[in-house]
Structures are given as structure tokens and as C-alpha cells.
Design a binder for this molecule. Structure first.
Ligand SMILES: Cc1cc2nc3c(=O)[nH]c(=O)nc-3n(C[C@H](O)[C@H](O)[C@H](O)COP(=O)(O)OP(=O)(O)OC[C@H]3O[C@@H](n4cnc5c(N)ncnc54)[C@H](O)[C@@H]3O)c2cc1C
Length: 443
């Protein structure tokens, strides 16, 4: 077995691979092009405050990610706030699954949900049975829209479409039914907490990338931040290597020597995600349904056509940015002035536009501000930051051919896009990082 390993890229996949390799006793050389680890899931400083470079949420079924955090000595309770799978709609109605949402309980909770009529609910039964059989027997993939054909438009708009967009970042008309059903299966058939949402309560960089780097350094890893690898020739050919890069970078590096693999990675299509961070005041005298609901998650989907995805689908109430910063802020920092006043309370929200079009930034901001005023009923709404990641994840389309982790002997790839059961998520990235090390060390 090799004594040493090179990992290129310190996103969640590369860091997971580095932890696994260290556990196996390998000497790790980790190269990262930027000066901050975390890749697409890290914190960014904006006007003196820390934000995430995209609002992230995990679910309890992200078992490998949660285990990895434990491995490096982190406690999930200190990093996330857990919420059962519930959200409210701007009109005050809410949809939620009980904490112990095993499949039949999930079905029961849907049947009891007052938002939908009996006819609408019954429209779901056939596709749910179909989904179950799809999960168990289907060999061919299909789109989520086809899988749920016949379901009432309201249920598609208010439940299926927002769930699919948040899980796969791909519209239902193209999204892979197999992958969607797989995520649902993991969320609903495992222990009860699998279907809970986990919202970070510390900056994303502190959730994993920064503590992970410290953990690796303490164990002797050689970590080179700000070191971009532009060619495979720059690496020691005698040391096995894992490319933990986004697909377009991995494709570039492998173009000359591994054209077939490179084409598979390079041909993937991508979806954007916009996160609009804003704050606004809620007058105590004008408490509204969204506020009256104790849920930090509001589904805004009913206010736009499902396929026209330039509007926010979800709004997540978050801690004020300064509260998430682990260091002291100067007392004259304007952000520290947000506070409870006599008749109003400042609230912080992140509105999320999944599968956002690439050039709609201004439109997205306008819609988000409108949604905050009209649907979240906030006053004096102020935009704090809009992050727009044009290639946030690959398009998780039906029948998509994803590149395998094996490139050539001694050279593997990992990342959220590499073949695996998950869509472009943190869990997908972590799993592929762990798997790449296992496979590489078996050669
Ligand atoms: C806005 C947004 C919201 C998201 N929301 C969620 C969510 O709620 N839940 C969820 O599970 N997932 C979410 N995701 C997806 C998740 O962030 C990604 O799936 C995951 O971060 C991908 O990790 P990765 O390690 O595969 O790739 P990356 O994060 O892209 O890491 C690749 C690393 O390689 C480095 N690199 C690139 N080129 C080179 C080079 N030539 N040499 C050296 N280093 C290089 C990069 O700087 C980067 O650090 C979201 C993504 C975005 C953008």
C-alpha cells in the first residue's frame, strides 16, 4: 500500500478524503487553489460580517457527513439547529411531518394536512405506490414530473417541486426520479431524525472546513493553500493522487491524458443557486401568520410558476450574521446595533432560488425583496448580500451519465458530481471523498 497521497482541492470532498487517508496512516499532501478551504460550502466576509457563500441546509440522513464531523471531534449539537421537516406558507398554513416520519406516518401526515382537499390527496396515492415500485425495481430512470404524473397541480407546486428543487437543484421536468426517490428513501426509511433539517448555527467554514484543516495539520498533513495545480505533470507521478476538484477543473486537468473521462466530466451541465440575505423589521403589533408559526422555514413556491425558477422557493430565518461570528465585533459595527426595540424586532432571512437562471441577478433580488415585504410581511427590508453561484451543482437530470471515480491507475476523482447515489450535495461530496481513498488504497 502507498505511504503517501496527494489530494488536489480542499472542498468537502477533498477534506473528507484527507481525513480518511490520515486515518489509514497515509501522509497527506493537500493542494488548494484558494486561501480558504471549503470550496462551494464556506463562509465569506461581506462588509465586516460573515455570511455563507450560499445558504446551506443538511438533513439528518447525511450520515457520512455527520460521522465525519464526529471523527474530527465536532459535536453536531454545537453546529446545527435541528428542525422537524416542517414549513409554513405565507398564508399561515403549514405542512409538516411528525418527528418520527417513517413512511406510513409520512403518508398519514399528508392525509391529515388541511391545506389539500381529499381529491388532491388521493391524486398522490398512485404515484407514491409507483415511486415505491420505482425505488425497488426500476432499472430505467425517468423524470420526477413523469413519476408524479397525475398528482394535483397544487401538491406538485407546494410539496413535490420545492422538495425536488431543494434536494436536486433541478426542475422536476428534468430531474432524475431515481436520485429523488433515493434521497426520500434515506430521509424516510432510516431512524426518525433522518428526515430532520439541520441548519448551521455557526458560519459554514466553522462547521467543517476550518476545524478539519486544523485536525489535519495536527496530524502532520502538508497543506498548501493558494497553490493551484494546473497540470498533472506538476504532481509526483509516484504518489497516488485524488482530484477533488469541481468537474470543469477536473476535466481540464485530464484532457490530454484521459480524454474519455475528461469528456464525461466536461459535458455535465450545471445549475445556479442564488441566496439573498436580507433583514427587516417585524412590528410586534403586526404579527403575521409566517411569524406566528414557530417554523424558520417558509415555502414561497405558490407565488410563481414552478418552471420559472427565478423566484425564491424557500425562506429560512437565520441568526443575525454577527451572532454567527466566533470573534468579537467592534461595538461601533452597525450590525451589532440590530436589536429588539420596543415595538419591532429585526429578523434575518435567507431566501433561496434553486435552479436559478444564470443572468437574472437583478430580477432575483427584486423578487426576493418583494417576497420579504409581501409574504414574510417584513418592513424596512434591507438587502445584505446576494450570492449567486452560477455552477452551484451539476444538473441532476434523468438518465445522466456521471463520471466514475476511477480515472487511471493511481489517479482517482472525487466530488459531488462523481457517480454515486446522491445529487450535488455535501453528503454526495463527502461520500465520494471517502470512497475514493478506499478504492485507491485497494490498488
Ligand atoms: C449556493 C449553494 C447552496 C448549496 N446548498 C446546499 C445545501 O443546502 N445542502 C447541500 O448538501 N449542498 C448544497 N450545495 C452543494 C454543496 O455545496 C456542494 O455539493 C459541495 O460543496 C461540493 O463539494 P466538492 O468538494 O465536491 O467541490 P468544491 O466545493 O467545488 O471543491 C473543489 C475545491 O477545489 C479547489 N480547486 C479548484 N481548482 C483547483 C486547482 N486547479 N488546484 C487546486 N485546487 C483547486 C476549489 O477552490 C475548491 O476548494 C450548495 C451549493 C451552493 C453553491
Amino acid at each position: 500500500m502507498a505511504q503517501e497521497i496527494t489530494i488536489v482541492g480542499a472542498g468537502w470532498a477533498g477534506l473528507a478524503a484527507a481525513v480518511k487517508a490520515t486515518q489509514l496512516g497515509l501522509k497527506v499532501n493537500l493542494f488548494e487553489a484558494t486561501h480558504t478551504p471549503g470550496g462551494r460550502a464556506k463562509s465569506v466576509v461581506h462588509q465586516g460580517a460573515l455570511f455563507d457563500n450560499g445558504q446551506h441546509a443538511l438533513i439528518g440522513a447525511y450520515s457520512d457527513t455527520l460521522e465525519l464531523l464526529q471523527t474530527i471531534g465536532l459535536e453536531a449539537q454545537a453546529l446545527f439547529k435541528r428542525h422537524s421537516l416542517k414549513w409554513s406558507y405565507p398564508n399561515g398554513a403549514c405542512f409538516g411531518l411528525p418527528q418520527d416520519a417513517y413512511p406510513f406516518k409520512a403518508l398519514r401526515s399528508l392525509l391529515l394536512c388541511r391545506r389539500f382537499s381529499a381529491v388532491e390527496k388521493s391524486s398522490l396515492l398512485k404515484p407514491l405506490l409507483f415511486a415505491l415500485s420505482h425505488m425497488l425495481w426500476a432499472k430505467e430512470d425517468d423524470t420526477v414530473a413523469n413519476l408524479f404524473k397525475g398528482v394535483s397541480p397544487q401538491i406538485m407546486r407546494d410539496i413535490v417541486s420545492p422538495l425536488c428543487l431543494s434536494a436536486l437543484n433541478t426542475p422536476i421536468s428534468r430531474a432524475s426520479a431515481k436520485t429523488f426517490v433515493r434521497v426520500l428513501r434515506d430521509a424516510f426509511s432510516n431512524p426518525p431524525e433522518s428526515c430532520e433539517f439541520l441548519f448551521p448555527i455557526v458560519p459554514l467554514g466553522e462547521v467543517f472546513p476550518l476545524p478539519c484543516l486544523n485536525w489535519l495539520r495536527e496530524r502532520g498533513a502538508r497543506i498548501e493553500l493558494g497553490h493551484r495545480i494546473d497540470s498533472l505533470d506538476a504532481l509526483d507521478p509516484k504518489v497516488p493522487c485524488i482530484l477533488a476538484l469541481p468537474p470543469w477543473q477536473a476535466s481540464k486537468l485530464t484532457q490530454d491524458k484521459h480524454a474519455e473521462w475528461s469528456n464525461l466530466a466536461g459535458n455535465l451541465k450545471h445549475e445556479a443557486i442564488a441566496s439573498i440575505y436580507l433583514k427587516g423589521e417585524r412590528s410586534a403589533a403586526h404579527s403575521n401568520p409566517a411569524h406566528a408559526n414557530p417554523y424558520p422555514l417558509v415555502c414561497l413556491n405558490e407565488h410563481f410558476e414552478a418552471e420559472n425558477c427565478v423566484h425564491p422557493q424557500f425562506a429560512i430565518q437565520r441568526l443575525a450574521p454577527f451572532e454567527t461570528v466566533p470573534f468579537e465585533r467592534p461595538s461601533n459595527d452597525p450590525l451589532t446595533k440590530d436589536s429588539l426595540t420596543e415595538d419591532s424586532l429585526t429578523e434575518h432571512w435567507a431566501l433561496i432560488v434553486s435552479a436559478a437562471g444564470p443572468s437574472e441577478r437583478q430580477k432575483i433580488i427584486e423578487h426576493a425583496l418583494l417576497a420579504a415585504r409581501n409574504h414574510l410581511k417584513l418592513q424596512n427590508v434591507q438587502l445584505q448580500l446576494c450570492t449567486m453561484e452560477k455552477r452551484a451543482t451539476f444538473s441532476c437530470d434523468a438518465k445522466l451519465q456521471r463520471p466514475p471515480s476511477f480515472i487511471s491507475e493511481g489517479l482517482m476523482a472525487c466530488g459531488d458530481y462523481v457517480q454515486g447515489p446522491y445529487p450535488g450535495t455535501l453528503e454526495g461530496a463527502v461520500r465520494s471523498g471517502l470512497r475514493a481513498v478506499t478504492e485507491l488504497t485497494h490498488y
